[in-house]
Each structure stands twice: as structure tokens, then as C-alpha cells.
Design a protein around this ligand. Sequence first.
Ligand SMILES: [Zn+2]
Length: 425
Amino acid sequence: MASREKFGMRQNNRMGIKTIVVIGISLIFLRATPRAMAQEIDVLIKNGHVIDPRNSINARMDVAIANGKISQVAADIPESQAKKVIDAKGLFISPGFIDIHTHVFVGSKTGFADGINSLSPDDFTGRSGVTTVVDAGTSGWRNFPVFKEQVIDKSKTRILAFLNIAGSGLSGKPSQENLDDMNPDSASHMLKKYPETIVGIKIGHYEGKEWTPFDNAVEAAERSNAPLLVECHLPQYSLEDQLNRMRPGDIITHSFEKISERMSVIDEKGVVRPFVKEAQKKGILFDVGHGGAGFWFSEAIPALKQGLVPNSFGTDLHRFSVNSGMKDMLNVMSKYLAMGMKKEDVILRATWAPAKSIRREDLGHLSKGAVADVAVWSMRKGNFGFVDAGGNKIEGDWKLEAELTLRDGKVVWDLNGLSAKKFVE
Ligand SMILES: [Zn+2]
């Protein structure tokens, strides 16, 4: 445009045929403008129903993506402006889902039970509409650089991490229990070194009675101005003592776990315990953390009815949970639909709410300029069964299914070939 204006101005100083020719050329340029704009949108997803809780959008809208970013969300964006058009009629569009509790340090030879439990994230994320996972302390300050090099940098999934206060993360005994290795200095130093990737500190799976690991984890989180993720199953730390030590914005996972020795969120009469309500009021965030043993309907249903609503649907993705009642994040979300949560609320807790909890407000929404991590999904109607960690089942009429997942504007999952070319014989 600038050079064309200069060219026009130069010619304006003269009269006659040359001026007419220049005006003619300018008109050709102007008429060419819409065709130039046709190059501006890389992918246009049309006719879907957008649910973007961060931006209070819950309506039929088109979503335009350019250069890996959201360029526009609006009704009726013209197809002529797009290189590729995807028809999402009858489908929902939302920000890509964020799973804040996973174990994806694959190849690490670390485990928290009896072996190698991490999974390769790309094998499980796109097909569940998940574009960001947060590893829950599978690595610590000693081996995080290896995790980054081997997995984080080589995956399509955006991988963030809570750093375990134990130096080598979930490395099993004896190193996982070594108090001298739970160093708040080293942990907060590592967090400062990788602020783009490490979102907080994690404490969990410690078997001793001392509070040193917990206190050191709080100190590391405090120094790093970051949240603490608490994943303690064992009875040596009561739930009340854990919640009392946590700060507003810290996250407790396996919130609806029912392991007899660990005090649960619900009392014998099915009422949310007063200290849990207090913790919620104080600003502690409750993550589902389903896993293989971390989710029971007998806890989660009364909690939901009484307003103890999970802030996020961390799956605790690992080798055992994917083949149990957990399965994947969409299954956990569908479970909450079956328990009576509205779909808009489910999407909030799968997108913007977890983004805020890990203090990554650049994620979890479809604002103009945001990274184009997008989930296109359907609600299938039928008879579905949902199982908890105790083998108890509830039934539901709806199941969420990931149709198309885009990460950084690129298709990473396409169940029915929405983005594919039609085969012509
Ligand atoms: Zn876990």
C-alpha cells in the first residue's frame, strides 16, 4: 500500500494520459485487495457452536486462525478470506483442554508404584481434545533438564510441569525419600531457569512422618511465587493438616479420594467437612486428579451437591489410570455431565479455570491473538456407563467426543476427516 501511494502521489503532479493510466492501475490494485485478503486466514472453522468461558461466548460463531493464532471469532466470517474451510455444523468449538495432572516423563524409568508409569503424551492428548498437559512432578530439579530434552521439546502437546520437591522426582525408593535432596533452593532455581515450562512445585508420594518435605515444597513455591500441587495419598499427613499448610491458589489433587486412612472431604453423614469448606473459602483449589484410585462417587457427588466443585479435571494420566475408570479427560468431563454439571461449566473447568490455576492466562481461551489451541467436539447421545475407582457405576445420556483438535493452528487429531480432502475416483 505504501509504495502504491508514493507512486500515485508522484503521478498526481502531472496531468494527462499518464495520470489516467496510473488511476487505472490503482483501481486494479484496489480490486485485487479482496483476493489478497483471501490469504489472511489459514483455517476457518465455520458453523460450530463456540463455548469460550473466558470471553463469555456461548453462541454459534466462526473461528478464524492465522499464523497459528486466533485471528477472529465472529458470526459469518466469509469463506473467501480463508485458505482452508472446515465445516463444524452440529459441533462445539472451545479452547483446547488443559489437563493439569499427568505423568508424561516417558522413558524416565521413574515410577510411583512398581515400575515405569509415564505415558507418551501425544498418544493420548489430541484424541481427547487436550492441547496442554501439566506433568505432576514426575521430574525434580535434578532430572527436569532430561525430561525437557527427551519429552517436552519433542512432543506436539504443550507440556508444562510441576517440579517435584524430591530432587529426582518420582524415582521410587530410596531416592524419593531422601530428605537431603528436597532442596527448596535448587527447586526454585530450576523454576527460575525454565519459567516458560515449570508452573509450580509438587509434593507427594512421601512415606515418612516428617513434615520437612511438605514445608520445603511450600518454601520453594513461596520463593518462586508459584502454586503448590499437593498429591499426598498416605495417612501420615491428614487432609486437615495438609489444607492448613496450603496457601490460597495452591492446588490439592485427588480431591475425591476415599482411602480409609486418609481423611476424606465428606464426613460419615455425607456432609462436606467444615475444615474443607474453610480451605475452599481461603482460596485453595480442588483438582479432580482421578487416576486409578483418586475418584469416588461417594465423595464427588455429595461434594458437588454441596458446592465443593472441582476447579479442574486433572486426570492423573498414567499407565494404569487410562485402562481403569478414568480413561481420558473427556471421560472425566462426561462423568461430571452425568453427575449434573452443565456443559458450559464443564468447559470452564477444562479451559480457563485450569489456565488461571497454573497462572498461564495466555492459555485456555480464544481471544484474538491467543495461540490457536482448539478443540472441536460433539455430544453423543446414548446410554453410557461411568465407573469410579471403587468399581461403582453411574449412567449418563451424553458423552463428549473429540472430533478435531488443533495445536498452534495445526490439526493434530481429526476423527472423521473434517479437515481432509474428499476422495474423488
Ligand atoms: Zn499423579
